[in-house]
Design a protein around this ligand. Structure first.
Ligand code: FAD
Ligand code: TPP
Length: 571
């Protein structure tokens, strides 16, 4: 039956099993919105700013493993969305962004609300398409979903000119899985390479597992835990991998890197075999690469993207493939091989790790007078039984959340690692709740970050979204202030937060509950009130915290991974 482009688009989304779409309308997408009005397969969530639509769709994916979907209009709709797209791209999140475009005949004419969407987004998408003919629309959308979720995942944008959404065409349902000659990601790892890795691991006296976001994206947390048990090795999770190995497991040594634990960084530096799984040797993780290379160790690197391998650090055994497939094969081969070759003893290695752990690098000075931000996160963990979905913004609060909320499950910790985008916290919570209705959700944020998308309190009211906002209010751009204190002679250039609103009143104005907490003794009761008494309300908890608390440990930019500052006494 003949229909129009907009209707085909909507049917393709339903075909992909899409249940939620985040978006904001405008002239170029009005036929699409008209088709949305006439369907009942998915719910559209109207945000208050396009940036938030992309972040919400991104978090929807992070929390559910589905492809997130959003729709924006041409011109400013697209440019507003770019920060969200780049954020998802840096963290390899599968998403499809549908953007409206001016009619094909007007492209290049400086038409009203025209921008070169394909050009603007090219460096921050996995792929993008401009659909010029309605006959290509369905196939293009199917390819977009396929590219977004396979291989190294990422955002894919489909630009749809207004006339294409109106052109008549026949809708033909999809026939089987897409195949593309020019795009064929490899899932299974090379058997010979896996064998080499197994031999190396069997001989290792100081093995170390360094796992990252790729484990979560590949849904391979169970396999990771099995490998860790089999090897008996310590395991660290990057900021993007938290929850893949349960934080309460004895073999977990904390996060590595700039604000990682002493024991994780020492083990990364001093191991003899490093098994890197779905992690990309980011500069915030390995510190100065020359310092990292000083210690001789063998590196095995499992990654689905060949371009990630030996990009920042030369590796000895590259294994290109999907983490889950490769770990399953590695477990089988390891079990078969260890019958003949006994693994080397790790007794001394574990004595050393326990000695490093004994430094208790995350210990902080408690206070009865002023609220310590770390204390709030610890209490949040207790009150939520360690089982909440936690989104965060970017800054010191993000690091305290990562350090003190012990994530035992994957996809519970939702934050922007690669781009480090302030303003994601609240829209991320919206996406998480749409994907997991009924779950407890906390947004750990700062008084600066929350103001970057605070208008979304209105979206939360409309769709009855009820995250608990934990604002660690230090009246500073805290992370900037910390760097200025340490590296710029305490010259606090423009890093204070003046003229702050009364967040309690702001929350109330949007129809929510607001609480201000100023004393340590009130922290736990306030959290209980928010999560129990106001279970079905959005609660904004404004915690007035210690102004000058710093995040420790810290590896300064450019320094070696083990050249750590453990506290202000090291300054
Ligand atoms: C203020 C701030 C401070 C930070 N400090 C730290 C810090 O102290 N420590 C820290 O760890 N991070 C820190 N980060 C985060 C850091 O910037 C990086 O985002 C993060 O370290 C990258 O994590 P990752 O290596 O796990 O890679 P990701 O970005 O998660 O990349 C995943 C890798 O896995 C691969 N992959 C994806 N899917 C698959 C699959 N199915 N199979 C196989 N491979 C796959 C990808 O190709 C990629 O190479 C900080 C960020 C901010 C904003
Ligand atoms: C969009 C954006 N602009 C600027 C920055 C740089 N930046 C990183 S952390 C930070 C301060 C964050 O302050 P706040 O939200 O109050 O959190 P705190 O560090 O105090 O916990 C800034 C400005 C950023 N990451 N993102």
């Amino acid at each position: 039956m003949e229909t129009i482009g907009a209707d085909i688009l909507v049917r393709c989304l339903a075909e992909e099993g899409v249940e939620h779409v985040f978006g904001y309308p405008g002239g170029a997408v009005l036929y699409i919105y008209d088709a949305i009005f006439k369907q009942d397969k998915f719910q559209h969530i109207l945000v208050r700013h396009e940036q938030a639509a992309v972040h919400a769709a991104d978090a929807y994916s992070r929390a559910s493993q589905k492809v997130g979907v959003c729709i924006v209009t041409s011109g400013p709709g697209v440019t507003n969305a770019v920060t969200g797209i780049a954020t998802a791209y840096m963290d390899s999140i599968p998403m499809v962004i549908i953007s409206g475009q001016v009619p094909t005949a007007a492209i290049g004419e400086d038409a009203f609300q025209e921008c070169d969407t394909v050009g603007i987004t090219r460096p921050c998408v996995k792929h993008n398409f401009l659909v010029r003919d309605v006959k290509d629309l369905a196939d293009t959308l199917r390819k977009a979903f396929y590219i977004a979720r396979t291989g190294r995942p990422g955002p894919v944008l489909v630009d749809v000119p207004k006339d294409v959404s109106l052109q008549p065409c026949k809708y033909v349902p999809a026939k089987g899985e897409i195949s593309m000659r020019s795009y064929a990601p490899v899932n299974k790892g090379h058997q010979g390479q896996i064998k080499k890795a197994v031999q190396m691991l069997l001989a290792a006296e100081r093995p170390m597992i360094y796992s990252g976001g790729g484990v979560i994206l590949s849904d391979a947390s169970d396999e990771l835990r099995r490998v860790a048990e089999l090897l008996g090795a310590p395991c660290t999770n990057t900021l993007m991998g938290l929850g893949a190995m349960p934080a309460t497991n004895r073999q977990f040594v904390g996060m590595p890197g700039m604000h990682g634990t002493y024991e994780a960084n020492m083990a990364m530096q001093h191991c003899d075999v490093l098994l890197a799984v779905g992690a990309r040797f980011d500069d915030r993780v390995i510190g100065n690469p020359r310092h990292f290379a000083q210690n001789a160790r063998k590196i095995i690197h499992i990654d689905i993207d060949p371009s990630s391998i030996s990009k920042r650090v030369r590796v000895d055994v590259p294994i290109v493939g999907n983490v889950k497939d490769v770990l399953i094969e590695l477990i089988a081969q390891y079990n078969a091989a260890r019958a003949e070759a006994k693994p080397a003893s790790q007794e001394k290695w574990w004595q050393q790790i326990e000695a490093w752990r004994g430094k208790e690098c995350l210990k902080y000075a408690p206070s009865d007078e002023v609220i310590k931000p770390q204390f709030v996160v610890e209490k949040l963990w207790e009150v939520t039984g360690g089982d909440a979905f936690v989104t965060s913004d970017v800054g010191q609060h993000q690091m305290w959340a990562a350090q003190y909320y012990k994530f035992d499950k994957p996809r519970r910790w939702i934050n922007s690692g690669g781009l480090g985008t302030m303003g994601v916290g609240l829209p991320y919570a919206m996406g998480v709740q749409m994907a997991n209705p009924g779950s407890e959700i906390a947004v750990i944020t700062g008084e600066a970050s929350i103001q970057m998308n605070i208008q979304e309190l209105s979206t939360c009211q409309q769709y009855h979204l009820t995250p608990k906002i934990i604002c660690l209010n230090n009246r500073f751009l805290g992370m900037v202030r910390q760097w200025q204190q340490i590296d710029y002679g305490s010259r606090y250039s423009e890093s204070y937060m003046d003229s702050l609103p009364d967040f309690v009143k702001v929350a109330e104005a949007y129809g929510h509950v607001g609480l201000r907490i100023e004393r340590p003794a009130d922290v736990e009761p306030a959290l209980r009130e928010a999560f129990k008494k106001h279970k079905d309300r959005l609660v904004f908890l404004d915690f007035i915290t210690d102004r000058t608390e710093n995040v420790w440990p810290m590896v300064k930019a450019g320094r070696g991974l083990t050249e750590m500052l453990l506290g202000s006494e090291d300054l």
